[in-house]
Structures are given as C-alpha cells and as structure tokens.
Design a protein. Structure first.
Length: 255
C-alpha cells in the first residue's frame, strides 16, 4: 500500500509540471507525455488517462484499486520556452529517481520563481527584432531611415503594450491597442520626418505581436490529432491578427 500523502504530493507535482508547460507554450502532446511519464515513474499505476486542452489539464490513474484524479485550469498562456525546457529537464531527473517527492516540489517552485521573463529584456528584444525587420522586408534597396523610425515606434508601442497587458483586459484589447499605437506613432512621426517607408515601419513594428508561435503550435496540435486545442489556437490566432489589423486601420482614417 502507498501512503495517501505521497500520492497527494504526486498529484501536486504532475499538475504543477503540466500546467507550467501548458502555460508557457508547450505542445499538447508534450504536456500529456510528461504528465504520464511522471506518474509511471513512481507507482505501478494503471488506467492512466491524461487529457490536455488549450487551457486545461485533466488526468486520472489507478493505484491499488483506488482511482485518483486532478484538474488544473490555465487561464493565461504565453511563450517562454526556457520554462518548457527546464520542466522537461526536471521530468527526466524525476523519472530517473534523482529527486524524491519533496525535492521535486521544491525544484518546481524554484523553476516558477526564477524563470519569469525580465521586462527590460522583453522590451530590448521586441524593439531590436522590430528595428532590423525593415532590412528583411526590402533587402535589395533598404531605406536606412526606416530603422530609427521603427526603433522609436516599436519602443513606444511596447511600453504601452506592457502597461495594458498588466491590466488584463484580454488578448483582443491588448493587441487592438498595440495596432492603434503602431499606426498612430508612425503617422505622427510621418508629419515631421520625411523619406521613410510608412508601410515597412508599420509592418516591422507589429512583428512582436504577430501570433506566429501560436499558429505553428496550433497546426502541430492538429497534425497530432489534438483537434480541440488546434482549432482553439487557430481561432485565437485569427482574432489576434484581426485585432492588430483593425487597430492599425483605425488611425489611418484620421490622417
């Protein structure tokens, strides 16, 4: 017989590990596989069923004729592959019995506390990624004036985006505001600075908000047979793109 307290700890370990992966952009099959491997590594469990969707994790297993189950809700999803990688490494160590239950809980807490993205690095990354994009758009005859204009537009937009994101209005409003700010700042600068390509600046400044990662994962989930998560991700990608497009178009009616 196994101690009830140990099984409760196992439930907590699996729900934390699975939810952290789901929250930070892991594919559905990876989340389900990780949870199942963690369960199998400790007990001679049977009837293991793991079901992950776009924002929820459900699983159950049987030990000594008794069924245990848990459900974990993931409200907000993001893209932090460092967390996914560290949880993957954790699961390998746990499955190789390098960690006991208490050590596993402590390590998961450490991963959660130490892998939060630095706001300054996010601002720098988003700004630099946008700034160099005009060169990729027009590689033959790049307009070098596009680079400093894109830098200013993307920096100001991302600073506002972070503040709006903290208020948790929802992804549609957040991206709608980002689209408005990109177009508005580009047109305001265009009133005083001449010679840059307005379209290139707007397209480049929108790059941090384009749901490419989400779209790729959604297609991957669909190809794996995870229709619910795949279709949800595709719908979310569509609405993010729609919010950006409406946001960009709105200031154009004023100029």
């Amino acid at each position: 017989m196994y101690k009830e307290d140990d099984i409760n700890k196992l439930l907590e370990i699996t729900s934390r590990a699975g939810a952290m992966m789901l929250k930070n952009g892991a594919e559905i099959y990876r989340v389900e596989d990780t949870v199942e491997r963690i369960i199998r590594s400790i007990y001679e469990a049977s009837d293991i069923d793991v079901f992950a969707t776009f924002n929820a994790l459900m699983y159950s297993f049987n030990v000594d004729g008794k069924t245990y189950a848990n459900v974990k809700r993931v409200k907000n999803r993001g893209n932090n592959l460092i967390v996914v990688d560290r949880v993957n490494s954790f699961s390998r160590k746990f499955c190789n019995h390098e960690l006991n239950l208490d050590e596993a809980l402590k390590e998961l807490d450490e991963i959660r506390k130490t892998t939060k993205a630095d706001i300054k690095l996010k601002i720098i990354g988003a700004t630099l990624a946008s700034t160099v994009f005009p060169i990729l758009v027009n590689t033959r005859t790049p307009n070098l004036l596009d680079l400093p204009v894109t830098f200013v537009v993307s920096l100001l937009t991302y600073l506002i985006f972070i503040k709006v994101e903290k208020e948790k209005y929802g992804y549609f409003i957040e991206n709608f505001v980002a689209g408005i700010m990109v177009s508005l700042f580009a047109h305001i600068i265009g009133k005083f600075v001449f010679g840059f390509n307005m379209a290139n600046v707007i397209i480049s400044s929108m790059m941090p908000y384009v749901p490419g990662f989400l779209l790729t994962n959604s297609i991957r989930d669909l190809m794996s047979g995870d229709a619910t998560s795949g279709l949800t991700g595709l719908a979310m990608s569509f609405f993010v793109s729609l919010a950006l497009a409406i946001g960009v178009a709105f200031p154009m009616t004023l100029f």
